[in-house]
Design a protein around this ligand. Structure first.
Ligand SMILES: Nc1ncnc2c1ncn2[C@@H]1O[C@H](COP(=O)(O)OP(=O)(O)O)[C@@H](O)[C@H]1O
Ligand SMILES: O=P(O)(O)OC[C@H]1O[C@](O)(COP(=O)(O)O)[C@@H](O)[C@@H]1O
Length: 416
């Protein structure tokens, strides 16, 4: 997915905020936390109205909007989890609305308290009566392992834990709101979907038309919208929420962040990342087996990661068979002392084979220079990347021909 500044784990103050949280009970308070005067310390958020802070200790709350922001007298109800046998006996089932999570865990004694985010989890009060909920689920953008599990959990959680019976599946991404029929989702319908790959609801790029989508939400009487997708999807979700607010509709919009890359700062781990790392290791293993079996074998394994190298890095660390890992965050060069060619030659001399892992977005500037290609985009406007794996293996073959004419260079592309 294309990453905006506010998404990047590597950048300060980065985060992905659900437009409203992804659970029906997870609502934001109308009253802010301890809200005092603004100070010079400011969180870099795309929407400054979400950012609140104190002047004395630099506490910043980067908040998410709530229905009560624009429907002030919205009644609330006890959370149905109160009645659940499984939950009622558990102490601290509910998350206090005062709870926040600090963006940074490493701080200094005298540093400002810094940016905080609202803690997710069930609240004691909810703002919908279960029997009045008509929820919908949509998946947009790129795929990621685990999407079906998330769909299943939304449906089963809403039904079993919150007593919601009316849940619609929107098919084929955002455009499905206005161009496709919906299907009814029940625990029975989604029972086995977590065993399949892809998305049970299908997905698409492009096709985000805010007016048409919100018209449709209104026409169908939907009042909870669960949107699973990457940064593009979440930008679309934010627009939907803004339109809902403009129209004064009692519709909760929950963005559920999906990224295979695990490049979101404020969550422990994005779903699908572990599977991607595991699969990546299989590819690395295959490359290692191949290059070990020939004379001067060079394996180039291209993994996912347009702008972040977490998959490549974690798979490299786990595999122990990788000699070099190239990621977009860390520039590299080919020629001269400390360059990649020197390293490859050295490893071939020492070990007789080399395995290089490449994140898809690494070295794009070199490939662009040598290929003179036009800037391609997908239907959502994301830049199409050039094939760095193919390019690098060609470069190595040409440049190291003198070293070993019998050198074999193998490319494994895992992302297409
Ligand atoms: N800036 C944006 N505003 C509104 N909708 C967007 C925006 N960017 C992307 N979208 C929509 O979000 C959906 C998914 O976006 P895409 O970039 O393809 O995938 P991802 O969500 O995985 O990043 C598409 O339907 C696209 O039209
Ligand atoms: O070929 P596609 O479908 O554009 O996807 C490839 C790219 O999508 C990503 O996996 C990011 O997608 P998500 O973060 O939305 O999962 C990149 O790292 C990867 O290189």
């Amino acid at each position: 997915m294309e990453l905006s500044v506010s998404f990047f784990a590597a950048r300060p103050h980065s985060c992905v905020l659900p437009v409203v949280p992804a659970r029906p009970d997870l609502k934001l308070r109308r009253r802010p936390l301890t809200l005092r005067r603004r100070s010079a310390i400011r969180a870099q958020v795309s929407d400054p109205s979400r950012c609140r802070e104190t002047d004395d200790d630099g506490f910043v709350l980067e908040d998410v909007p709530h229905l009560t922001n624009f429907i002030p007298d919205l009644p609330s109800y006890p959370n149905p989890l109160h009645k659940s046998q499984a939950y009622a006996i558990v102490k601290q089932t509910f998350v206090s609305p005062e709870d926040v999570v600090a963006e940074k865990i490493v701080v200094r004694k005298d540093s400002p308290r810094g940016v905080h985010f609202r803690r997710a989890g069930p609240r004691e009060k909810v703002y919908f009566k279960s029997e009045e909920v008509r929820a919908c689920v949509v998946t947009c953008g790129g795929l990621c392992p685990g999407i079906n599990t998330v769909i299943r959990e939304i449906v089963c959680g809403l039904n079993y834990m919150y007593g919601v019976d009316d849940i619609l599946g929107i098919e084929g991404g955002y455009r499905g709101f206005y161009s496709k029929n919906t299907s009814q989702l029940t625990p029975k319908v989604v029972n086995d979907i977590h065993k399949r790959g892809g998305t049970f609801l299908r997905t698409s790029r492009g096709g985000h038309d805010t007016q048409k989508i919100v018209d449709n939400i209104q026409d169908r009487g939907i009042n909870q919208v669960y949107i699973i997708g990457g940064d593009g999807t979440q930008k679309g979700a934010a627009l939907i929420y803004q339109e809902v607010e403009k129209r004064g509709l009692q519709v909760a919009v929950a963005g559920i962040p999906k990224t295979i890359d695990n490049d979101i700062a404020v969550i422990d781990k994005s779903f699908g990342f572990d599977t991607a790392v595991e699969e990546a290791q299989r590819a690395i293993n295959a490359a290692h087996v191949e290059v070990e079996s020939v004379e001067n074998g060079v394996g180039v394994v291209k993994l996912m990661g347009r702008y972040s190298g977490f998959i490549a890095m974690f798979a490299t660390l786990a595999s122990r068979d990788v000699d070099c890992c190239l990621i977009p965050e860390s520039p590299f060069y080919l020629e001269g002392k400390g360059g990649l060619f020197e390293f490859v030659e050295q490893r071939l001399k020492e070990n007789g084979h080399v395995v290089i892992v490449l994140a898809e977005g690494a070295g794009q500037e070199y490939v662009a220079q040598s290929m003179h290609t036009v800037d391609g985009r997908d239907a959502s406007g994301n830049r199409l990347l050039l094939d760095v794996g193919l390019w690098l293996s060609q470069q190595i073959k040409v440049r190291l021909k003198h070293f070993s004419p019998s050198m074999r260079c193998l490319i494994i592309n895992t992302n297409n």
